[in-house]
Design a protein around this ligand. Structure first.
Ligand code: KIV
Ligand code: ZN
Length: 385
């Protein structure tokens, strides 16, 4: 597969790693609905499911393959023939199919999950890639628990699967264990020690157990990874996966630091798609979540509100319009200042002189101490008094 070294491939696994979370299950039509939005959002790859896991998941991969035209549709497997055959079958209608196969790479997984040896695991990895390759051209290999794997063995595994035909090598920090510099160094090591690494794209797949999934994914990109695996709202196993909106926005806000890297993501869809996924999957978004949380563009302290109203860039590094919000929120609480109150009154058509504003502000503070948030109705009754 020819790839553009200056492009960051966004691999969305909301419908696989995200959907396997208890309570997040979707029907096939719901998955198609989200997949179409993901396509409009500009993701490069949609991981549509794990076809061998259930007849329903198999059917979803079939239907998503039919419904989506431009994006690569990927199906997950373990490193065995049956999983791979079932995935290939599910992908039969995909215009651009990818099989994602893999096996544990850490000694912990090799010993306690597979009761095996490094040599045997290596053979199984290569055999799985070869078998997947007999079905499709585009084969991604995941070295599960790579975050805790021995580096030299990981490099050996990556080299062997690329030689067997893997087009993408996924280096998952399955347990969210690594620090950003550790994960970044791992990618750098692979870039420097795997002879055939230029024949594949390195992919970052990070979990958020220590709250580092986004930082680790960014460290991977800084060290040569060109695919990032992520989910809308960061949903996923346990503490979740890397959040798509966070990674994309970091690449956008700091585009100069990332040289010529491009992605196809249309960030103005973030608010819409975040709310939709949250509702459909019954997974509320924490209010202070970066980029898409309810408070991500809400200014509430008097000092911030005053600075923001003087010049929005004092307290705004992302424009709300860039994530599909109409405008920032100036929330009125007992911590708000006169400037914020004046702003809201003017929005409602009241231009008060200095003394009336001072008087209204005193009455506003009494009300705000008694009531957490002040809404338009409260303001109207304050000025009308
Ligand atoms: O976290 C992980 O290791 C995974 C693999 C199956 C890619 O989700
Ligand atoms: Zn995962």
């Amino acid at each position: 597969m020819l790839h553009d070294p200056n492009h960051i491939y966004i691999f969305d696994t909301t419908l696989r790693d995200g959907e396997q979370v208890p309570g997040c299950q979707l029907t096939t039509p719901e998955k198609i609905d989200i997949a179409k939005d993901l396509e409009r959002l500009g993701v490069d790859i949609i991981e549509a499911g794990f076809p061998v896991s259930s007849p329903g998941d198999f059917q979803s991969v079939v239907e998503l393959s039919k419904a989506v035209d431009d994006v690569i549709i990927c199906a997950l497997t373990r490193a065995n023939k049956n999983d791979i055959d079932v995935a290939a079958d599910a992908l039969q209608y995909a215009k651009r199919p990818r099989i994602h196969t893999g096996i544990g790479a850490s000694d912990m997984h090799i010993k306690y999950k597979f009761n095996s040896t490094r040599e045997e695991i290596l053979e199984r990895a290569v055999a799985a890639v070869r078998h997947a390759k007999s079905h499709v051209e585009d084969v991604e290999f995941y070295a599960e628990d790579a975050g805790r794997a021995d580096l030299a063995f990981l490099a050996q595994m990556v080299e062997a699967v690329i030689a067997a035909g893997a087009t993408v090598v996924n280096i998952p920090d399955t347990n969210g264990y690594c620090l950003p510099d550790q994960y970044g160094s791992k990618i750098k090591y692979l870039k420097e020690h795997v002879k055939n690494i230029d024949q594949a794209i390195i992919s970052a797949h990070c979990h958020n157990d220590l709250g580092l999934a986004t930082a680790n994914s960014i460290a991977a990109v800084q060290n040569g990874a060109r695919q990032v695996e992520c989910t809308i709202n960061g949903i996923g196993e346990r503490a979740g996966n890397t959040s798509l909106e966070e990674v994309s926005m970091i690449l956008k806000v700091h585009h100069q630091a990332f040289g010529n890297l491009t992605s196809n993501i249309d960030s103005t869809m973030f608010t819409y798609i975040s709310r939709k996924v949250s509702e459909m999957m019954n997974m509320p978004v924490q209010p202070n979540k970066a980029i898409v949380g309810r408070n991500a563009f809400a200014h509430s302290s008097g000092i911030h509100q005053d600075g923001f109203l003087k010049h929005r860039e004092n307290y705004e590094i992302i424009r709300p319009e860039d994530v599909g919000l109409e405008e920032a929120d100036i929330i009125l609480t007992a911590r708000s200042g006169r400037h914020a109150l004046k702003h809201h009154l003017e929005r409602l058509g009241y231009h008060l002189d200095k003394d009336t504003l001072a008087d209204t502000y005193q009455r506003f503070l009494v009300l705000a101490d008694a009531k957490k948030n002040i809404d338009d109705e409260d303001l109207l009754s304050l000025v009308q008094q």
